[in-house]
Structure formats: C-alpha cells, structure tokens
Design a protein around this ligand. Structure first.
Ligand code: NAP
Length: 292
C-alpha cells in the first residue's frame, strides 16, 4: 500500500515517520508544508507536478492528513488562516480521495466539543466548538462528511504530545527551566495521547478501512486527568521536586476558550479495529523514558 502523509514534519507526522518501519508492507510518501500546501491545490506538487498525475504516477492508495492549522490562541485573531487549512484544505483532500478512490484518514480534535459533559464524549454526541480552531476543525469534518469519499475516516484525538517541542509536556518543562515555579490549570480534564501510540494505531487501521460513507472515530490514551495532575505526574516521574500550584482556566485565559471536559470515549475504535489502547500513564512513562 502506498501512503501519502501530509504535514509530515508536524508532531503527528514525525510520530508516523518514527513508527513507519514497523509497517514494511507500506511505502510512504511524506510531504511537508513546503512540499505541498493543502490550501493551494492548483500549486504544482513539490514545485513541479500536477497533484493528480503525481498520485497516478506513484500509485498512491491512501492519504493520512496530518496537515493542520493548530495554533489555538492565534486562530482567534486569524480565523481565515485557520479555516483555509482546516476546512478548505481538508475539502480539497476529500475531493482528491474521492476522484482517485483513495483511502483517507483525517485527524480532528476533542475541541469540536464544548466540554459541558462530564462523561466521555461519544462519536455521535452533538458538536459545539467554543473557539475558532474548533469551529474550523468541525468545518473540515463536515467537508469530508458532505463530499463523502468512500473509505474515509475522521479520527478525533485529544491532548496529543510526544514529538518536537510544541506540546504541553515540553512547554511545562521549558517554563519550569526558566521560572522554577509553575501554575497549571486544574479544571481542564482530558485524556493525554502519546503521539507514537496514535501513529501506530493509524497505520494499523489504515488497511482495514472498509466504509461506504465517511466514519468518525475517537482515539485517546485510556483514563482521564486534569492538566495539573498530568504535569505533577510528569515532574514526579522525572524526580523533579518542584513547586507546582493549581490554577483555573479563568485566571489563565490566553485568547481562546477551551472545553473544560473533553475526554473521548474510544470504545468504537477499540471494538471495530481490535485495538488495545494503553493508559495515559503508560504513554507518559514511555515518553519520559525516551527523554532520559
Ligand atoms: N496537538 C494536539 O494537542 C492535538 C490535539 C487534538 C487534535 N490534534 C490534531 O492532530 C493533527 C496533528 O496535529 P499536530 O500536533 O501534529 O500539529 P502540528 O505539529 O502543528 O503539525 C501540523 C503540520 O501541518 C503543517 N501545515 C500547516 N498548514 C499547512 C498547509 N496549508 N499545507 C500543508 N501543511 C500544513 C504544519 O507545517 P508548518 O509548521 O510548516 O506550518 C505542521 O507541520 C491536527 O489535525 C490537529 O488538529 C492535535
């Protein structure tokens, strides 16, 4: 199976690159933002070729879309940029998937929910994004559902971390190095997801997709935790005796509202694809071991 991964230099793209050797039956084509901008489908692919002829020439069977505008706070003042990538770009990929009969895995987010529930969100729960990023990601989901390519899958994931510098755990470690004290919100509850676990799940699922209509699934490491307890656990396991104090979302408002509760129910993906999903503690332990 020949698999085209967009946004390949982002956090999830890097995680997919890391686990790709475990899937020798797949041949990967990695494109970064520079190689191919999903907002500008008319642009020549990798600077030279038309996208359709590139797909045919390389016998592409599947797209995994990791390209996204992910700057949640910045999106509030740049809605057009967020929508251009997260909705317009995704619509383009859905049309390409439909035209060329490609499998499509598109990644979405827990931020399509408003966080007012207090039990894990199911795939068919009503969406109600409370920030621009969430609205733009929901618009991307709707584009796929409307264009309706066969064998398309939208996987919502929550609190992704693991590769690169641009995620919660790296941010708190960096802040602590600079300030030596830290306060972290205790009223946001979610399920941290280790990017390598998610990447492995995506590539396990990809050959098994068999849907006439696009399907939505949820993926996250098991269990739930507040950001405060997640940070506290990470420092504890790093043997760092640090003073970390709980705060709340109102006190630390950064620009975009965030859902207070965004735990995803993952029973459907576990059942349909016989996946065993590690707990968030297990993911965090392996991540920290990798840092050592
Ligand atoms: N991170 C999280 O906590 C989280 C949580 C839930 C869901 N998600 C979803 O998971 C997916 C992967 O997230 P991530 O953490 O890997 O994000 P990321 O690290 O920000 O990676 C996104 C990648 O997309 C690229 N990109 C941006 N605009 C593009 C465009 N117009 N054309 C092509 N590529 C473009 C970026 O390149 P440049 O950096 O060069 O612009 C970047 O490499 C996204 O769909 C995101 O919405 C993430």
């Amino acid at each position: 199976m020949n698999v085209w991964v967009t946004g390949a230099n982002g956090q999830l793209g890097q995680a997919l690159q890391s686990v790709s050797h475990r899937f020798p039956e797949m041949r990967f084509f990695w494109t970064s933002h520079q190689d191919f901008d999903i907002r500008q489908p008319e642009t020549k692919f990798c600077g030279s070729q038309n996208i359709s002829s590139w797909i045919k020439q390389n016998h592409i069977h599947a797209i995994v879309n990791c390209a996204a505008y992910t700057q949640v706070d910045l999106a509030e003042s740049n809605p057009q940029s967020a929508f251009a990538v997260n909705a317009g770009g995704v619509a383009f990929l859905a049309k390409i998937a439909q035209r060329h009969h490609l499998r499509l895995i598109h990644i979405s987010t827990d931020y399509v929910f408003d966080g007012k529930k207090n039990t894990p969100y199911q795939e068919d729960d009503a969406t109600n994004p409370i920030n621009i990023y969430g609205l733009s990601k929901r618009a991307g989901e709707e584009a796929i559902l409307n264009i309706a390519p066969k064998n398309a899958m939208i996987i919502r994931v929550s609190w992704l971390y693991g590769m690169g510098e641009n995620h919660f755990i790296k941010t708190i470690l960096r802040l602590w190095q600079m300030q030596k004290t830290l306060s972290v919100v205790a009223d946001q509850i979610g399920s941290p997801t280790y990017a390598l676990d998610f990447a492995e799940a995506i590539l396990t699922i990809l050959p098994k997709i068999n849907h006439d209509k696009p399907q939505i699934y949820h993926y996250a490491n098991g269990g739930e935790v507040s950001r405060f307890d997640w940070a506290r656990t990470a420092f504890e396991w790093q043997n760092e005796a640090i003073k970390i104090t709980p705060t709340n979302t109102k006190q630390t408002f950064q620009g975009a509202c965030r859902p207070l509760y965004s735990v995803l129910n993952t029973e459907k993906i576990q059942r349909d694809f016989a996946l065993i999903i590690p707990s968030w503690q297990d993911g965090l332990r392996r991540y920290l071991e990798g840092l050592a």
